[in-house]
Design a protein around this ligand. Structure first.
Ligand code: MLC
Ligand code: AMP
Length: 499
């Protein structure tokens, strides 16, 4: 049967070749096919039909990845959710996506059942155990892979917006498959590669860039539940590649074990999801002899650009548009194409781009130009050699340790706290996280609010990574002549808060 993404992921790996290296041993490509068959049968026994959403908020484990493969194989739509999301946040996603099945940690099954609507609820814990795993174990290892068209959805990934609630980017088989195939070639992945996989698997970086590229190449992955520099350094002894956010590289640089000897078997270090400082690039090259390869992407588009494998991996740039991606720099207001060297909005078009936002035609229409280009909201410039550099964001967004935080969402929660007149949430330079979410709260001079009361109030409303690392108080927020809060001024005033 034709299932474009599933078939491609298993086209190269030999049945007895390793796919996962886990704490409890090797899982081969053959094992993955057999186990994902059992899990596919389990999904169907739970009523999942082609096109249904399977919402998954569970810790990273080999079984979680098998659930992804089984969902695709069963023709359903994988919907990963950050494990840090609170129940309040989860309720929104379930209401919007209307999944047929929600998979959650056993410890929250009762509360999830209360907000799951018509969806069935099954469980999976960090050790890969739970009602779903038990059900799968009792299923046959034969499964007729469900046929899908290239335009059918394989996944929905939610991404927040500058205004309003999160939107579900609809990712087709074609989008995921074309991006994985392109990156495999560009980054020269082969069955001999061993990728250190220490990223979370609820975002496109860990789920699609890392997992799909490794599988489509027939390579293997050392699966680590979370990023721990010591464990990554130990894994380098038997690995060839690492993909990470910039915080991975700054934390590795802070570890005395990062030496030339530690990386002798490694051929490639890739960074993305947030800007890699040129000084991190330089320091890493000095310590290890490796130039980190930086690439640029987003949830809605997968990867758009990459520094070259051969040739100059230029610090401070994200390299060239991928071979099948059209990229242009435009005047953000008029949409008019700008000349080389001019700074403007980055727009992309290609097979990698999502099919729009789930059940949100208005936001979809806003995000695309009439000629099909997707408006990324990033500001960039192309140099004379064709390298793209990201020079800022047209969208009000903070990226903390590779995770996106939309200030509006945090401000709305802070503004609801008694005693707060208004707030401004900004990103300030932070050596570890790149940017740290910081709140400036205006109290009108008449409140006894403290940093602790504000943070306590946000506790069960916002995931921990969205909560401000610091809360500063002021009588009033600075405004420009148009009455708009001057966030740039606030960023300047507090630029050295985390030094
Ligand atoms: C965890 N915390 C964070 C955080 N991660 N706070 C801010 N920003 C983050 N990114 C919180 C924890 O909840 C905890 O809060 C406290 O900080 C200490 O956590 P930690 O032990 O330092 O965190 P750690 O587990 O080490 O995680 C840090 C990290 C992780 C950077 C390794 O966040 C990570 O793996 N980031 C990668 C994210 C990613 O994959 N992004 C890709 C998106 S896709 P408390 O309150 O409990 O103490 C994308 C497209 C593309 O952007 O181009 O790839
Ligand atoms: P997300 O919505 O989580 O997919 O985040 C996508 C955003 O991350 C992009 O729009 C960029 O702003 C940012 N991003 C991803 N990769 C890079 C990079 N290499 N350099 C700078 N910003 C990046």
């Amino acid at each position: 049967m034709t299932n474009p993404l599933y078939n491609a992921l298993f086209a190269t790996g030999e049945p007895d070749a390793p796919a996962f290296h886990t704490d409890s041993g090797i899982v081969t490509y053959g094992d993955l096919q057999a186990v994902s068959a059992r899990w596919g049968n389990a999904l169907i026994s739970l009523g999942v039909t082609p096109g249904d959403r399977v919402a998954v908020q569970v810790e990273k484990s080999p079984e979680n990845l098998i659930l992804y493969l089984a969902t695709v194989r069963a023709g359903a739509v994988f919907l990963p959710l950050n494990t840090a999301y609170t129940q309040a946040e989860l309720a929104y996603f379930l209401g919007d996506a209307e999944p047929a099945l929600v998979v959650c940690d056993p410890s929250v099954a009762t509360t999830v059942e209360a907000i799951a609507g018509d969806a069935r609820v099954a469980t999976l814990d960090r050790a890969g155990k739970g009602t779903l795993a038990s059900r799968a174990a009792a299923q046959p290892a034969e499964f007729v892979t469900v046929a899908r068209a290239e335009t059918d959805l394989a996944a929905i990934c939610y991404t927040s917006g500058t205004t309003g609630r999160s939107k579900g980017a609809m990712l087709t088989h074609r989008a995921l498959l074309s991006n994985a195939a392109t990156l495999k070639d560009l980054w020269r992945f082969t069955p001999n590669d061993v990728l250190i996989h220490a990223l979370p698997i609820y975002h496109v970086h860990g789920l699609f860039v890392a997992t799909n590229v490794a599988l489509i190449a027939g390579a293997s992955m050392i699966l680590q539940a979370r990023f721990d520099p010591g464990a990554v350094l130990r894994a380098m002894l038997r690995a060839t590649t690492l993909m990470g956010v910039p915080t991975f590289y700054t934390r590795l640089l802070a570890h005395p074990g990062l030496t030339r000897d530690a990386v002798v078997g490694m051929r490639l270090f890739i960074s993305g999801s947030a800007p890699l400082l040129a000084e991190t690039h330089r320091a890493f090259a000095e310590r290890t002899g490796h130039a980190i390869l930086e690439r640029y992407g987003m949830t809605e588009t997968g990867m758009n650009t990459s520094n070259p494998y051969d040739g100059d991996r230029t610090a401070g740039t994200v390299g060239f548009p991928l071979p099948d991606v059209d990229l242009r720099i435009v005047d953000p207001d008029s949409g008019k194409r700008l000349s080389q060297g001019e700074i403007g909005g980055i727009e992309v078009r290609g097979p990698n781009v999502c099919a729009g936002y789930w059940r949100n035609t208005a936001k979809t229409a806003e995000a695309f130009r009439d000629d099909g280009y997707f408006i990324t909201g990033d500001l960039g410039v192309i140099d004379a050699r064709g390298y793209v550099a990201i020079v800022g964001r047209g969208k009000d967004l903070v990226i903390s340790g590779g995770l996106n935080v939309y200030p509006k969402e945090v401000e709305s929660e802070i503004d609801a706290i008694p005693g707060v007149v208004e707030s401004a949430v900004i990103g300030l330079p932070h050596a570890d996280l790149g940017e740290a979410v910081t709140a400036v709260v205006a109290t009108g001079g008449a409140s006894d609010l403290t940093e602790a009361t504000v943070l306590d109030a946000l506790g069960d409303r916002l995931a921990a990574f969205k909560r401000p690392k610091r809360v500063l108080f002021t009588d009033d927020l600075p405004r420009n002549a148009m009455g708009k809060v001057q966030k740039a001024l606030l960023r300047e005033q507090h630029a050295s808060l985390y030094d």
